[in-house]
Design a protein around this ligand. Structure first.
Ligand code: GRF
Length: 213
């Protein structure tokens, strides 16, 4: 990862949040910023590929810029090209996928190298893909959690920024487990953004570590 801060020469690291659904992770990030817990970070734009996404309502209520680019029926390349134009127009430094139910094209990933974060509701590399919490519960794991990672060209695969783990209780079902993982997600995403935006960390191989010099 080339060194330095993401917002070279500017006041704040500008986030572009991409979502498809209820947007609770986006809301948690927005609340962290409002509470002064994510200093030097702003949400520049919220983009959804689904017009009815609950996260868009949240963006509206918070008075944040938001855009819809409906992906249904379009090629990945054409849709992603529109999203990229929008991210650039809003001078986005760091893209945060927050329940964005769509794979990114290689062109998109290449446009923001190690500048795209995703949150996954399992301890990667275990249980990539859909319904990760149910996958973990059905497998019978005793520890579950979430992962914030950089996005590369493979699914749920890029360098891990942060993980938070919780025990799986005997009394859990897949639903209660997912709810408890979500609480951890809301903490993890803001902390991961803080670390990435700080410029104090670097990628060494597959490891995201604090700079020593
Ligand atoms: C979260 O569980 C996240 O880990 C996964 O999609 C879900 C999105 O939830 N990628 P929300 O829209 O942020 O509430």
């Amino acid at each position: 990862m080339s060194g330095g801060k993401l917002n070279a020469g500017r006041d704040a690291v500008r986030l572009g949040v991409l979502l498809s659904g209820r947007g609770s992770n986006f809301q948690a990030i927005a609340e962290s910023i409002r509470a002064g817990q994510l200093k030097g970070v702003d949400i520049a734009v919220v983009i959804s590929n689904v017009a009815e996404a609950g996260g868009l309502k949240v963006a509206r209520e918070l008075g944040l810029p938001h855009e819809v680019f409906v992906s249904k029926g379009r090629t990945r390349a054409a849709h992603d090209a529109d999203v990229l134009v929008c991210l650039r127009a809003h001078r986005v430094d760091l893209v945060c996928l927050a329940g964005y139910m769509r794979l990114l094209s290689p062109e998109f990933v290449a446009a923001f190298p190690n500048r795209i974060l995703n949150i996954h509701p399992a301890l990667l590399p275990a249980f990539p893909g859909l319904d990760a919490q149910t996958q973990a519960f059905d497998y019978g794991v005793k520890v579950a959690g979430c992962t914030v990672h950089f996005v590369d060209e493979h699914l749920d695969h890029g360098t891990i920024v942060l993980q938070r783990a919780i025990p799986v209780l005997d009394s859990d079902d897949a639903h209660s487990l997912a709810e408890r993982i979500l609480v951890e997600e809301h903490i993890a995403y803001s902390e991961a953004i803080r670390r990435v935006a700080s410029g104090e960390y670097e990628i060494q191989g597959r490891r995201f570590v604090k700079r020593t010099a």
